[in-house]
Write a protein of this length. Structure first.
Length: 320
């Protein structure tokens, strides 16, 4: 494997399906392609993908990544790994009502298990996968900070947290002199859902990068934003993947028209433009891209390399 680019791609490869829906051959091929294209961040979780596993447990994605690292000498030095704790089911069929949470003992145990599966002594970014309001925020904040102090974690992040909870966790860390979370991972895309939508796949309160989140991160460069599901499951380019119902409003129609115009002018896919638009935003939002084929990954890389003009960004931002 030799990288054809020196500048790292500002996207992350989502490894959710590695080891379950994607076998070793497919997983290794996508990882090799990503690394060769200049990719560096790979995002996984200890619960991936329990819903596709025969025993209903996670760990397959991390295990597959560990096998790839073992088969590719030097790859671990070129790849930054982010993994998560908090969403592994407490028992078979208990998700989402009952999960492992982010109590101190769970955080410490889960990280050790993740490191073993990954075959490494540290991860570069460790996420709380979702807020656990049954555990005192001070306990979970301290538990994550302890892993940084132990040298097992580079940075800390919060996924699926309400903004006020993220700010409170950071305040607790500052008060005690602990390592603080510095990344937020929420859902985000070019299309915007209707206000107050709350269903199984979307919740404005703690699952979406809102204007408030963007303003918060723009005024505090210590925070980095990551976005999962940025391409809405392929809805921008695939007729068999309709735009989710939460996005059914007149603004969607207008934005899809603007997106089609820019993509047509550039001769690229609409998904590539969405990725480029996200990376051109202020603050920049890093897309976490779950791809299934080499062609999808190549298109994502093309989007990451695409540079929109200010006029194109304005045209995309305008229609509401």
């Amino acid at each position: 494997m030799t990288s054809a680019h020196t500048a790292p791609l500002p996207i992350a490869l989502g490894a959710m399906a590695f080891g379950t829906r994607h076998d070793e051959t497919a997983s290794f091929a996508l990882l090799d392609q990503f690394l060769d294209a200049g990719g560096s961040w790979v995002d996984t979780a200890n619960c991936y993908a329990f819903w596709q596993s025969p025993d209903g447990r996670g760990g397959a994605s991390e295990t597959m990544l560990g096998r790839w690292f073992a088969a590719r000498p030097g790859a671990r030095d070129r790849v930054q790994i982010s993994t998560k704790v908090g969403c592994e089911p407490a028992g078979s069929g208990t998700y989402p009502e009952s999960t492992e949470g982010v109590g101190a003992a769970t955080v410490a145990r889960a990280l050790e298990e993740s490191l073993t599966r990954l075959g490494t002594d540290h991860v570069d970014l460790f996420w709380a996968h979702r807020d656990d309001r049954t555990t005192p925020l001070e306990e979970s904040t301290e538990a994550f900070a302890a892993q940084v102090a132990a040298g097992k974690v580079g940075r800390l992040g919060l996924s699926n947290y309400a903004l006020w909870r993220a700010e409170r966790a950071r305040g607790i860390a500052a008060q005690h002199g602990w390592a603080a979370p510095s990344a937020l991972q929420l859902s985000y895309s070019y299309l915007q859902p209707r206000p107050l939508v709350r269903n199984a796949v979307h919740d404005h309160r703690f699952g979406w990068i809102t204007d408030e989140v963007l303003d918060y991160a723009a005024t505090d460069p210590g925070w980095k934003l990551w976005a999962y599901s940025p391409l809405l499951g392929g809805a921008y380019d695939r007729d068999d993947r309709p735009v989710p119902e939460a996005y059914d409003h007149p603004g969607t129609t207008r934005r899809l028209a603007a997106l089609a115009t820019v993509a047509g002018d550039l001769g690229v896919s609409r998904s590539a433009v969405v990725i480029a638009w996200m990376l051109a935003s202020t603050p920049q939002v890093r897309p976490v891209l779950g791809v299934s084929t080499p062609a999808q990954l190549a298109d994502a890389v093309a989007g990451a390399r695409l540079r929109l003009t200010p006029e194109q960004v304005a045209a995309l931002d305008q229609p509401w």
